[in-house]
Design a binder for this molecule. Structure first.
Ligand code: PGA
Length: 256
């Protein structure tokens, strides 16, 4: 089974609208359209940048997908400060990051919240990019595989096999995010393979073979190729290196 790699840029809370437009334009200018036959590419800017970034890609007719970084599961109502799934769908998002460790740790998102978001996104036809990953203390205790696979099981509770096919999982060890300390290809592969085995247990091997499992955590143009060579790593969720078009585009090239 050959899965098409996905390289998704997580811009986090960076880039005002003018800055976002410049970065989107640089990415659009620098990408070889043919590479998009071989690699799926997405960017996940802050909410306010979604529309301007979409306009750049539409004007250039470049097939780079758009993702949100978070969403609320209720369709509308009195939820001050939240953004709904119909809102991100209307703007053109086909992906949405869910359960990023920064949301889990800084904003107290629970496995139950993640599950509600995953199910609501699936219902709306948007692919969730479900983030999982252990802290350094969990890794040091040696229980990281149990920890991560439990996060995966919780995220998919109540999801049918047919709906799981279009979801994406991103393994992002917390100790590697923004630290410059990347997991080795062997460390990343060990956990990504365990994630796939969990998906096989939940949904059968056929579905598990179709779900893309990304690695994230200080992935950059220098280490992407070796990480992406691992059999169970099907792309990357890129933070810091996605803020510079040249670095992001080098990672896209490495994912061919
Ligand atoms: P990083 O972030 O590449 O800056 O480590 C990845 C992420 O948090 O998605």
């Amino acid at each position: 089974m050959t899965r098409k790699n996905l390289i998704a840029g997580n811009w986090k809370m960076n880039n005002t609208i003018p800055e976002a437009v410049v970065l989107a334009q640089e990415i659009s200018n620098g990408i070889y359209p043919d590479i998009l036959d071989e690699v799926d590419v997405a960017v996940c800017p802050p909410f306010v940048d979604l529309k301007p970034v979409k306009s750049v890609f539409e004007f250039d007719r470049v097939n780079i997908a758009l993702g949100a970084q978070n969403v609320y599961w209720e369709p509308k109502g009195a939820f001050t400060g939240e953004i709904s799934i119909p809102m991100i769908k209307e703007i053109g998002c086909t992906y949405c990051i869910v359960g990023h460790s920064e949301r889990r740790h800084l904003f107290d998102e629970t496995n139950e919240d993640v599950n509600l978001k995953v199910r609501a996104l699936i219902e709306a036809g948007i692919a969730p990019i479900i983030c999982v990953g252990e802290s350094l203390s969990v890794r040091d205790e040696g229980v990281y595989l149990d920890f991560v696979t439990a996060q995966v099981r919780a995220a998919y509770a109540g999801v049918e096999a047919a709906d799981a096919v279009n979801t994406v999982v991103a393994y992002e060890p917390v100790w590697a995010i923004g630290t410059g300390r990347t997991a080795t290809p062997e460390q990343a592969e060990e956990v990504c393979a365990a994630i796939r085995a969990t998906l096989a247990d939940l949904f059968g091997v056929d579905v598990a073979e179709q779900v893309r499992v990304l690695y994230g955590g200080s992935m950059n143009e220098g280490n992407a190729e070796l990480l992406l060579a691992e059999p169970d790593i099907d792309g990357g969720l890129i933070g810091g290196a996605a803020l510079k078009a040249s670095s992001f585009l080098e990672i896209v090239k490495a994912a061919k």
